[in-house]
Design a protein around this ligand. Structure first.
Ligand SMILES: NC(=O)c1ccc[n+]([C@@H]2O[C@H](COP(=O)([O-])OP(=O)(O)OC[C@H]3O[C@@H](n4cnc5c(N)ncnc54)[C@H](OP(=O)(O)O)[C@@H]3O)[C@@H](O)[C@H]2O)c1
Length: 234
């Protein structure tokens, strides 16, 4: 069994849920996070059922990532449950040309997708360093690598996340903290529902398969994987 537990932001559904299920099999516990308490309880139930007979801890922290109290409660849960892997996964999307975004929408998206992840990482980093090391996995997107029309706000948040990830990796090496960036293409989740759905949803990647690849990338001792870039097979 791997050392410590795993904290995954945005694990009430989608990729975060799949990551929570697969990491729970090998780690001592999982800290779930999201806003929807019913979804969080459903995921918790799935974890308990898939680990029946094992003493796996599954804690829920509910709250919006733009609320500083949520970040504080997540950091407290990380320290209290010896988190060794932090996965910054939660994000939202907005589509449109730059003039279509109002100020609130711009601030909120950048806060959820980027600023909150930087703040949370800063709060949990000292715990990871003090325990002698760990992993930080930042879930990015192909939109953090390649420009795309109509996607400037979301892309800005993900390009920012790439800069954060790449610099953090250099800074964290001395503390034995490994940093992985994950850059998936479209996945079969409800992520695009708020922008009218994904036009080719049936051809997108299954979050369970993406989660399995992310999990496997943490399993090697002599090899570190910097970035995982995932394309749709179809
Ligand atoms: N789906 C894709 O096509 C795709 C492609 C490339 C990259 N990605 C990236 O993959 C990651 C996961 O996406 P997904 O497809 O799994 O999305 P999803 O199914 O919509 O799940 C998003 C998660 O983030 C949480 N979340 C959203 N806003 C939040 C907020 N303000 N405060 C707290 N939690 C919040 C949601 O929780 P609640 O609903 O409970 O609030 C949910 O658990 C994201 O970083 C996304 O950018 C997705």
């Amino acid at each position: 069994m791997a050392d410590g537990s795993v904290l995954i932001t945005g694990s009430s559904k989608g990729l975060g849920e799949s990551l929570a299920i697969i990491f729970s099999r090998d780690y001592q516990g999982v800290i779930l996070h999201g806003r929807d308490i019913q979804d969080l309880q459903r995921v918790r139930q799935r974890i308990l059922e898939s680990n029946r007979g094992k003493d796996v801890l599954c804690k829920i922290v509910q709250g919006d990532l733009t609320d500083s109290l949520t970040l504080e409660r997540l950091a407290e849960a990380a320290r209290g449950n010896d988190v060794s892997v932090l996965i910054n996964n939660a994000a939202i999307i907005s589509k449109g040309y730059v003039s279509s975004f109002d100020e609130k929408e711009i601030s909120y998206l950048l806060n959820v997708n980027l600023v909150s992840a930087i703040k949370l990482t800063g709060k949990i980093y000292p715990h990871l360093a003090a325990r002698g090391g760990g992993m930080i996995i930042n879930i990015n997107s192909k939109s953090g690598l390649n420009p795309e029309e109509n996607n400037s706000l979301y892309s800005a948040s993900k390009y920012g996340m790439k800069g954060f990830t790449d610099c953090l990796r250099m800074d964290a090496k001395k503390d034995n903290i490994r940093v992985i960036g994950v850059y998936p293409a479209g996945m079969h989740t409800s992520f695009h529902n708020s922008v009218g759905g994904h036009s080719e949803i049936e051809k997108t990647m299954r979050p369970e398969e993406v989660a399995e690849i992310v999990y496997r990338s943490t399993c090697y001792n002599s090899v570190h994987i910097n970035d995982i870039i995932l394309e749709r097979a179809r």
